[in-house]
Design a protein around this ligand. Structure first.
Ligand SMILES: [Zn+2]
Length: 161
């Protein structure tokens, strides 16, 4: 497991790249969590001069918390026969890229200008939620980009090749 060792940036980067190449593995929970930690580390590094330590901590917590949020926000579960079901259809409104981009800009702006407890967590949450959607966008199933119920199919990974 990647988290047993003190994670170095190069280890994390190598892990992400390998999974990007495979494509299909990207939507797994472990990969989303790993990237969430990576986003947390990166955003703390980038924002270290803008925020105070406690704000950075909240930002990092938000990143880890939000890394799988587009999936669990569908309020899903597993049936005893092994099929996944969810209240909100998989990869529709919760994986809508435009909404995540807008939410990220909105929360970031508030986190920088207001800097309160909630905004710092929200900024990390939306940033890693957006990262999740970008990862899912690389898988064959794709994600909705402009319209919440129209998925852009990933042609590159189709069976034709
Ligand atoms: Zn997802």
């Amino acid at each position: 497991m990647i988290f047993v060792y003190p994670p170095s940036i190069s280890t994390c980067y190598g892990f992400v790249c390998r999974n990007v190449d495979k494509g299909y593995k990207l939507s797994s929970k472990g990969a989303h969590f790993a990237v969430g930690v990576l986003v947390a580390a990166a955003s703390v590094y980038v924002a270290r001069d803008v925020f105070s330590p406690w704000q950075l901590l909240l930002l990092a917590c938000g990143c880890v918390w939000g890394s799988s949020s587009p999936d669990w926000m569908e309020i899903s579960g597993w049936a005893w026969w092994g099929t996944r079901y969810s209240l909100i259809p998989h990869r529709t409104i919760t994986h809508w890229m435009m909404a995540w981009i807008a939410a990220t800009i909105w929360t970031m702006w508030h986190a920088v200008s207001d800097g309160t407890f909630v905004w710092c967590i929200a900024a990390g949450f939306t940033l890693s939620g957006l990262t999740h959607v970008l990862m899912d966008a690389r898988t064959p199933m794709g994600v909705p980009v402009f319209h919440p119920y129209k998925r852009r199919k990933q042609v590159r990974h189709s069976k034709k090749r």
